[in-house]
Ligand binder design. Structure first.
Ligand SMILES: [Zn+2]
Ligand SMILES: [Zn+2]
Length: 256
């Protein structure tokens, strides 16, 4: 079979997506894309899998389809730490997300909140963001960092090349490289080219993600693929859990 891109990150009605698993698979196949389901597994997303029994039922459902079995876990939430060992190898890949950043005093700043703490400077926020990212890379058993450049919405009116210092990008890329975590090029939250180039130059694996929730979004990885190709990433080096495996389900992680 000729190579087809893998959409490692998409949602179904089992969390906050609009498509059933069958419809997601059909949509991806129609676009010539290999599908994954990666629903939210977190106490802190409104429509999400919130229990271990729910995760087990989710994986049971996915077993009925020819689809990669992912999950998107919030770093700031506890559920990923509670996953029992027997469920771990049933995921083809796991995704970590920085949907909220813990400041030094423990305050959580949610990416989608309109209320950015008035006394918090963008620089202090970015320092905390990078510190959270580094801890995620050290502690969280995931294969992919979702939408690595998703930051608090109120900072999005400034160019990302200003909000992100080059030293921030270097630390983020180095943390992912050291942990063997892939950098997602998200179609929903597109990263600026400079940081993707830095990740590629460092040898960080690249992953494509639609982060699709609606029928039109699911499996749409055309722009992420074009960006990866423009940076000379070979197609078959783009992350595919079936081809490259999962660092989180490698034998040393499977022992109970
Ligand atoms: Zn996300
Ligand atoms: Zn997502």
């Amino acid at each position: 079979m000729t190579w087809q891109p893998v959409d490692c990150h998409a949602h179904t009605t089992m969390s906050d997506g609009a498509l059933s698993v069958a419809a997601l698979v059909a949509r991806a196949r129609a676009l010539g894309v290999q599908p994954s389901v990666a629903d939210h597994i977190s106490h802190d997303v409104v429509r999400s899998l919130k229990s271990i029994d729910g995760v087990r039922a989710y994986l049971d459902t996915l077993d009925h389809y020819d689809v990669r079995r992912g999950g998107e876990f919030c770093w700031h939430d506890s559920l990923w730490r509670e996953l029992p060992a027997d469920l771990v190898p049933r995921f083809t890949h796991r995704i970590g997300s920085l949907h909220a950043i813990a400041l030094d005093d423990g305050t959580l700043v949610h990416a989608f909140s309109r209320r950015f703490p008035p006394t918090l400077s963008p620089r202090t926020y970015m320092k905390a963001f990078i510190a959270n990212l580094e801890r995620l890379a050290r502690e969280m058993p995931v294969d992919i960092l979702a939408h690595p450049t998703l930051i608090a919405a109120s900072l999005n009116d400034r160019p990302p090349e200003e909000v992100w210092r080059e030293s921030d990008e270097e630390r983020a890329v180095e943390a992912l490289y050291a942990a063997g975590i892939a950098f997602e090029i998200s179609n929903r939250y597109p990263p600026h080219e400079r940081i993707v180039r830095r990740a590629v130059d460092r040898g960080v694996r690249i992953s494509l993600g639609s982060d699709g929730h609606s029928p039109a979004q699911v499996a749409d990885v055309g722009r992420p693929l074009a960006l990866a190709r423009s940076l000379n990433v070979p197609d078959d080096e783009l992350y595919d859990p079936r081809r490259h495996g999962s660092k989180t389900t490698a034998p040393e992680h499977q022992r109970t």
